[in-house]
Design a protein around this ligand. Structure first.
Ligand SMILES: Nc1ncnc2c1ncn2[C@@H]1O[C@H](COP(=O)(O)OP(=O)(O)OP(=O)(O)O)[C@@H](O)[C@H]1O
Length: 278
């Protein structure tokens, strides 16, 4: 099954599209990195895939037309972690991660029918919610500060809270916009390890269908993108420069065209610096 299928997509914020003529397919179980220079349209592409901004063209998620899905149905299939934005409200760390469970519960209620009895969360569901939230807090190293207000967190801690909330949503598709931003090296390494493990697994949708996990991420760090993805798409000035399996698209020429610099030379200089570390 295809996790996402996009054809002739254009999207933006005003009259002029920021991205245009984008088409690609991503099989379930594959991981896609969206790459490109600042302002090329990566975040805009990610936002349009969730229906957060208007678009023209066709997007289907797990075989269903995005335009025909309700927000709660989309939230049952995919979770997105955006780049950090200011926090204008204050919940505790745990409460914020718990918000990730909302779509799951809402979809389960609709699945069972909205009778009064079904509106009551079963004891089993509550226990499962608690277990998932605990696991996500542990995984992101937040258990010790679960009671802290999120308005009082550092950038890296907040980034981990939003990652934890994203995983707590228990969806088979996860979209991450520069997930390692603000994270120190330890949490970067742990996150990449977790993403690798997660992306080899599968997740049951609220209706019970089991789907291989699929990750779509915007990465500025090429090494991290290579580590985590099977497929890559390079965007330049809002259009697809190159797309396909990582090993086929990742060349010095593509990198130079995408970033307007000698990326291979830069990476080689980096390798020389770190090669001397004892
Ligand atoms: N909310 C918005 N309203 C209007 N224009 C926007 C908005 N968000 C982004 N843009 C514009 O769309 C273009 C693409 O932005 P986008 O954030 O998609 O790029 P990006 O590739 O993710 O960049 P970066 O690597 O810097 O995060 C930019 O010219 C930007 O100014």
């Amino acid at each position: 099954m295809k996790a996402i299928s996009v054809s002739n997509l254009s999207a933006g914020y005003g009259n002029d599209p920021v991205i245009s003529d984008i088409s690609f397919d991503l099989e379930c179980g594959h991981n896609l990195s969206i790459m490109g220079a600042n302002g090329s349209g990566k975040t805009t592409l990610l936002r349009s895939l969730t229906g957060l901004i208007g678009y023209k063209g066709n997007i289907s998620i797990l075989g269903q037309d995005l335009g025909s899905l309700k927000r709660r149905q989309i939230a049952g299939m995919m979770a997105m972690m955006s780049q950090l934005s200011p926090v204008y409200f204050s919940y505790s760390v745990r409460e914020t991660v718990e918000l990730g469970r909302y779509a799951r519960r809402d979809n389960e209620r609709h699945q069972k029918g909205a009778s009064f009895l079904n509106m009551q969360l079963s004891h089993q569901s509550l226990v499962h919610d608690r277990e998932v939230v605990d696991k996500c807090l542990e995984m992101t190293g937040l258990k010790d500060i679960e009671k802290k207000q999120i308005s009082a967190l550092s950038g890296g801690q907040l980034q981990r809270v939003f990652l934890a909330r994203c995983f707590a949503q228990e969806t088979p598709i996860i979209l991450l916009d520069e997930p390692t931003n603000h994270l120190d090296l330890k949490y970067q390494a742990e996150l990449m390890e977790h993403l690798e493990t997660w992306s080899k697994g599968e997740t049951a949708l609220y209706d019970g269908t089991v789907v291989p996990n699929t990750l779509i991420g915007v990465f500025h760090d090429i090494s991290l993108a290579v580590e985590v993805s099977s497929d890559m798409i390079f965007i330049k000035s809002g259009k697809v420069l190159c797309k396909g399996e990582k090993d086929k698209v990742l060349t010095a020429d593509v990198l130079e065209e995408a970033y307007g610099m000698d990326v291979a030379g830069y990476m080689n200089r980096q390798r020389r610096i770190w090669g001397t570390l004892t």
